[in-house]
Write a protein that binds this ligand. Structure first.
Ligand code: GAP
Length: 440
């Protein structure tokens, strides 16, 4: 596994991810996704949406407001219980999550001993004011998870989509948490994105659906190029699970900074719908169209972080190897991001061998044509070896070289990122060739 420093450096150097508000000295633990990072992130979200929403008859999606009525957070228990234990060093005033450090050891920041304060419960909801008055009545919260909108909107979504249980509601979007100790690059931040499903089932069938979602999550991780050896499926034991959950599995990943959570899969019973029904006074029960039985469906919740997915996709894709040909560059080391092709920010790079109009004009025209179908980069600067090297580092599966022979034989050279094999392909057959290679 590579060191985080290498990944962070590549991410910055190539425009995947860099510190947010950098020209003002940054904002602690805030990161911006650049041109390649935003494309990679969008590809992850689009692939997830296609796989879990539009390809399935039992799923629908929503896009709810980030700021909801504060009663939602009273009902869900977030205002009372969404807390982490906080301690502060009285020597240097650094704050820590008490469950993440040894309270009998020295302060990790200043090295003093015996300086930690009594534990306080710190609520992670990010608060703001809505409207012109900054008084208590105007207090609202940025959502700490996308999930609650799926419960609050359950009745409207079920009635308008006319879905029958079992069915699921999905959402992708931002969530905010006032984390005490954000860090490890994009692993834990205060602003992040989630891809969540609330899958509504009959109570008697929850175990079957839980197993099915566990398999779906494994298949998704396989699609993302994750080596199963880097994963750990942690069954949360009785007493450690939320009181309403009969089964929860934390899907953990072996990051360079340790084995930590990537995703969660939880059986939530009918806890959420029950809480919202009680608080709102609205009957949220589902009526079975065949039996006319009215009941609150139970819920299976696969919850995925977008940023953690992207981090893991980058960690898995990163490869260093010895360059095999002189053309591969001036140094020996080749860094190649072996992204799954569907996720790669650019699918193709068009590289004319010379900047002269003779080559660049038809090469640009060919790139423009390919761009209608696939994201296509165009690069005519520096040696071909350096250009291949750059495309390897950003994970472009296919480089197309337009050379002087092309003018005579109407063929281009296609180079494969992974095998580095080169093939001469007729321009008229190029789209079909690339479609077959890319698989889309
Ligand atoms: N609705 C359930 C829920 O939100 P969670 O385990 O608190 O459960 C789900 O969060 C996922 O969201 C996590 O598995 C992780 O992928 C992501 N996530 C949570 N907090 C995060 C943070 N501070 N920064 C980045 N991703 C985070």
């Amino acid at each position: 596994m590579i060191e985080m420093e290498k990944l962070v450096s590549l991410a910055k150097r190539r425009g995947f991810i860099f510190p947010g508000s950098d020209i003002y000295g940054g904002l602690a633990n805030s990161w911006d996704y650049g041109p390649l990072g935003s494309e990679l992130k969008k590809n992850i979200k689009d692939a997830w949406w296609k796989r879990f929403v539009t390809s399935r008859d039992d799923m629908v999606g929503i896009d709810a407001a980030l700021i909801m009525n504060p009663k939602v957070w009273e009902a869900s228990g977030h205002l009372a219980h969404f807390t982490d234990p906080l301690t502060e060093c009285t020597g240097c005033h650094s704050r820590f999550r008490a469950d993440q450090i040894d309270l009998n050891a020295a302060c990790p920041t200043c090295g003093r001993k015996g300086t930690f304060t009594e534990l306080a419960q710190f609520n992670m909801m990010l608060k703001t004011f809505l409207g012109a008055k900054e008084d208590a009545a105007a207090v609202v919260y940025f959502r700490p998870e996308t999930a609650q909108a799926m419960f609050a909107d359950f009745k409207q979504v079920q009635e308008t989509s006319r879905k029958r249980v079992p069915f699921g509601i999905a959402q992708v979007g931002k969530a905010f948490r006032n984390e005490i100790t954000p860090g490890n690059f994009i692993f834990r931040t205060r602003e992040f994105e989630q891809m969540e499903v609330e899958y509504f089932v009959k109570e008697s069938e929850w175990e079957k659906h839980f197993e099915s979602w566990l398999s779906e999550m494994k298949a998704w991780l396989d699609f993302c190029g994750v080596d199963p050896k880097h994963l750990n499926f942690h069954e949360i034991e009785d007493g450690e699970r939320a009181h309403y959950s009969k089964r929860t599995v934390d899907i953990e990943y072996q990051y360079p900074f340790g084995l930590k959570e990537l995703y969660g899969l939880a059986y939530r019973g009918d806890y959420d719908l029950k809480c919202h029904q009680e608080k709102s006074g609205v009957d949220l029960r589902y009526t079975d169209p065949e039996t006319n039985e009215k009941y609150l469906p139970h819920v299976i919740e696969p919850s995925l972080g977008v940023d953690r997915t992207l981090l893991v996709v980058m960690l898995e894709a990163y490869h260093e190897e010895q360059a095999r040909t002189a053309e591969e560059g001036e140094t020996d080391l080749r860094v190649v991001m072996r992204f799954p092709k569907a996720l790669a920010p650019f699918k193709i790079a068009m590289l004319p061998l010379s900047k002269k109009d003779e080559l660049s004009v038809p090469a640009r025209a060919l790139a423009a044509k390919l761009r209608q179908r696939w994201t296509t980069d165009y690069d005519e600067t520096q040696s071909i070896g350096k250009r291949y090297r750059r495309q390897d580092e950003i994970g472009t599966p296919y480089c197309v070289t337009y050379d002087f022979d092309t003018l005579n034989d109407q063929s281009v050279t296609v180079r494969d990122r992974d095998t580095m094999q080169q093939e001469r392909v007729k321009i008229e057959a190029l789209e079909a060739y690339l479609a077959a290679k890319l698989g889309f």
